[in-house]
Design a protein around this ligand. Structure first.
Ligand code: PEP
Ligand code: MG
Length: 842
């Protein structure tokens, strides 16, 4: 046998009294167990040691903790207080919670308890006394969470002692390879931290020489663990072995992310922070990165973050701790309210993540230790969040570095509460273009859209939460703009082009006027077109053309219907998940397809294109191998057939939406009939497995010349075609669709492309199949007459273009269009085609 000594801190501030003197025989005669009592002057019961909440009494007047050493502590507030049935008690923890020494457990109303004739003398009793060799109670005045009130000599069996010794020496796992494609970013870090918190042991993640607290999201993110990095789990404490085993398994399994064998290996590098900022050669144009598209003409309004003053020295540790806890609680409630204001659930998650940061043990540890060292709650909290924000901001990984802004945001929210200052209300002038080093997600979510036309920040990037919110709120925005923007005085007129990522300062009055006139004329025309948007698009000689929408999500589906769309010709399903860092589940996908289907109703066609990633469309959660020529590599259908589980999951999710939709499924990037047959077989299998009997049309995108040339052969095996002219142009002309120097030449009105469109239509019509065009030229008014002349049956256009394209079709005559098409198909260059069409449009 050997002994181990542990100290239990006072659970309340007050006078320590011997248990025997308590006026209750149950405690005084130690029927429950030995311990101490305290006659309190404070009213927040705190944990005497680190441990887990084993039991919280329904009346919230008593709580049992199990310490890391397995000792059970009963904390009983007052005497006979069970009779109050919870009145006057407010638990701060719940059963199963892991608590730190000094952490508040139950807050109580001492006055009320006394008014009801009850004593507030509180007991701290060990209920499994068989593990205790000796009780060494302290005496005198004690401070809650600070003064040792009772020292215990524990009985440790020799073999247990040796085990304990091993545990104290720490258990370290073998290296584990991280399978997550984007490393341990916020989401898997949260899963891992939550799992680690269920163990009593102290747990660290080791990456090379660095280590981070495995119970802290910011601690894990701060390690910047990348795909295939080897990390170790180290634990010390009573359940170290079990913790290491479970956490290693969790890491191997991807911490809740799908990292299965079907998922292709990742690109070698994570997104690297843009260090060199883009710079324009025109001194009047400042350049940044497009964060949210759109054009705005307005005046500069510089936003400077107010400095929140806090005292350095605290009153006393307990008071400061209480203030911090109150502020954290209040901040949590504010975030709850903010979440409720944001309709888009995915965006609301940003604030849910902020709520989690409020309970992050690493942040709290720094703050609490600052408080214990005599600092005020505000000072200690600021120290905590700035330390972590600065640490994350220095990381190379752009996604993780972007989260520094989130920590500052939530940190300042709590700091304002501690300093008792309200968020300074921004008095923004009309037509404001906000300029700031950084805007926080909270700032962005609460912008006054009637006054703020756009914003530009010197920090951040396209993947930042601010950029995501700006897009969802439809505010043109630029991130990472040149620092000199901060020197522009308020009121300077500017034109912000969110699409190009440029800010033109001091545009001439004529330039501004020109843009405003253009906007006014367009608005007038748009109003007219919108007035007739819900009428069908029938040419003057009676040919009906279906005008449908290209969409990337539910919002656009709804907007499309409002703007007269007759359905969806292209749901770019990959767009639903571009802002996610983890793979969507089948249920999540199914929900969104069903929502979109319901928004359209069963009268409107819904064409869902299966995942089309690769080339210029990377998915954060599905990094692709570095390829010499990604546009010619494993993209679109090739990727899906190489990783069939991804496709099958998506197809099942789509099929589950079948009862709500006039459903069409379309496969992208088809180059050979083998791909069509394979995709069809997979679809048939999933359909049969789910017992779906509804008729679902099977279509393909015509984006590769081989498919256009062989369209009649393909048409025998599919129900419809949709021509993706963006890709068809790039593959026909051998010009990268995103190449800045080739942008002008990579023109879908090139006669070579038009001839392929014509071949596609001819082959399809020969087999009685319909053809749509969903590439960019379907939305181009110049191209529409030619497409009609070629015989295209459906135009799938960007949502805002729906009313104008419908209005244009109504002005055309199909017979004239046919002549025009025959004419332009004989021309030699895209320039000639454009010139001919422009002359017609004038
Ligand atoms: C196209 O290639 O024209 C098309 C519509 O598909 P995406 O632009 O999504 O590649
Ligand atoms: Mg395409």
């Amino acid at each position: 046998m050997s002994h181990q000594r542990i100290e239990l801190l006072a659970p309340l501030t007050g006078l320590i009294v011997p248990l025997e003197t308590v006026p209750d025989p149950v405690f005084a005669q130690k029927m429950v167990g030995d311990g101490i009592a305290i006659d309190p002057t404070s009213n927040v019961l705190v944990a005497p040691a680190a441990g887990k909440v084993k039991q919280l009494h329904a009346s919230q007047h008593a709580i049992t903790l199990q310490t890391v050493e397995g000792i059970e502590l009963l904390l009983h507030i007052g005497l006979d207080t069970v009779m109050l049935k919870g009145e006057g008690f407010r638990a701060q923890v719940k059963e199963g919670d892991t608590v730190r020494a000094g952490q508040p457990l139950i807050e109580f109303d001492a006055e009320l308890i006394m008014q009801r004739g009850k004593s507030i003398v509180t007991e701290l009793v060990i209920t499994n006394g068989d593990k205790v060799a000796a009780y060494l109670p302290a005496s005198g005045f004690a401070r809650a969470g600070l003064t040792p009130a009772l020292v215990l000599d524990l009985i440790v069996a020799d073999d247990a002692a040796s085990t304990a010794a091993v545990a104290v020496d720490a258990v370290v796992s073998d290296p584990v390879k991280v399978p997550n494609r984007t490393g341990l970013h916020a989401r898997p870090a949260a899963v891992l931290a939550n799992a680690a918190k269920t163990y009593k042991s102290d747990i660290k993640l080791l990456r090379g020489a660095d280590e981070g607290n495995a119970k802290s999201v910011v601690g894990i993110m701060g390690l910047e663990v990348k795909y295939a990095d080897e990390i170790k789990v180290k634990a010390s404490g009573p359940d170290a072995q079990a913790a290491v085993k479970a956490l290693v398994e969790l890491i191997r399994s991807g911490c809740g992310e799908d990292c299965g064998p079907g998922v292709p290996p990742p690109a070698p590098k994570p997104p690297i922070k843009q260090v060199v900022k883009p710079h324009s050669s025109d001194p009047n144009v400042l350049t940044g990165v497009s964060a949210s598209p759109g054009l705005a003409v307005g005046q500069i309004f510089q936003v400077r973050q107010d400095v929140i003053e806090v005292r350095e020295t605290g009153a006393n540790a307990q008071v400061e701790r209480r203030r911090l806890d109150d502020a954290l609680k209040e901040a949590r409630q504010q975030l709850e309210a903010l979440k409720a204001e944001i309709e888009d659930a995915a965006k609301a998650e940003i604030f849910a993540a902020h709520q989690e940061l409020l309970a992050d043990p690493d942040l709290l540890d720094i703050a609490i230790s600052g408080i214990s060292n005599g600092k005020s709650a505000g000072f200690a909290w600021r120290q905590a969040f700035t330390t972590y924000a600065d640490k994350l901001a220095r990381l190379q990984n752009e996604i993780l570095a972007g989260r520094a802004n989130d920590i500052r945001d939530v940190g300042r929210r709590v700091l304002r509460l501690l300093a008792g200052v309200k968020e300074a209300e921004l008095v923004v002038p009309d037509n404001a273009i906000l300029i700031a080093e950084e805007l926080t997600p909270s700032d962005t979510a609460s912008l006054d859209r009637t006054k703020v036309l756009g914003f530009a920040t010197t920090g951040g990037g396209a993947t930042s939460h601010v950029a995501i919110l700006a897009r969802s709120l439809n505010i043109p925005a630029i991130c990472g703009i040149e620092d000199s923007v901060l020197q522009l005085p308020n009121g300077v007129p500017v034109i912000l082009d969110g699409t190009k990522g440029t800010l033109r300062r001091n545009p001439s009055d004529a330039e501004i006027q020109q843009i405003r006139d253009k906007q006014a004329a367009q608005a007038e025309k748009r109003a007219e077109e919108q007035a007739s948007a819900h009428h069908p698009a029938i040419t003057r000689d009676g040919v009906r053309i279906e005008v449908v929408a290209n969409i990337g999500g539910l919002d656009e589906a709804v907007q499309g219907v409002q703007l007269g769309s007759e359905g969806v010709g292209l749901l770019r399903s990959e767009f639903l998940y571009l802002e996610r860092t983890d793979a969507p589940t089948e249920a999540e996908q199914s929900q969104i397809y069903t929502d979109i289907a319901k928004a359209l109703g069963t009268e409107r066609t819904l064409v869902i294109r299966t995942l089309d990633v690769g080339g210029d469309k990377p998915l954060p959660y599905l990094p692709l191998p570095a390829e010499e020529n990604p546009f010619l590599g494993v993209r679109g259908i090739r990727l899906c057939l190489a990783a069939p589980e991804i496709l099958r999951t998506q197809l099942r999710a789509i099929l589950r939406a079948a009862p709500f939709a006039r459903l069409h499924i379309m496969f992208p990037m088809i180059a050979s009939l083998d791909e069509v047959r394979e995709a069809k077989a997979i679809l048939a299998e999933e359909k049969a497995a789910l017992g779906v009997t509804a008729e679902i049309k099977f279509g393909i995108m015509v984006e590769v010349p081989s498919t256009a040339v062989m369209s009649e052969i393909f048409a025998r095996e599919v129900d419809f075609f949709s021509i993706g002219t963006n890709d068809l142009t790039q593959y026909t002309l051998a010009m990268d669709r995103g190449h800045p120097k080739l942008a002008k030449q990579a023109d879908a009105l090139h006669p070579g492309v038009l001839r392929l469109i014509a071949m596609t239509v001819k082959g399809a019509h020969a087999q009685g199949k319909w053809v749509g065009v969903c590439g960019g030229i379907a939305s181009d008014p110049l191209a529409v007459p030619v497409l009609l002349g070629i015989g295209v049956d459906e135009l799938s256009v960007s949502v805002p273009a729906i009313p104008s394209i419908k209005a244009l079709v109504r002005k055309l005559n199909r017979a004239d269009c046919l002549k025009l098409a025959n004419e332009v198909l004989q021309l030699g260059t895209a320039t000639e085609v454009r010139a001919r069409l422009a002359a017609l449009a004038d």
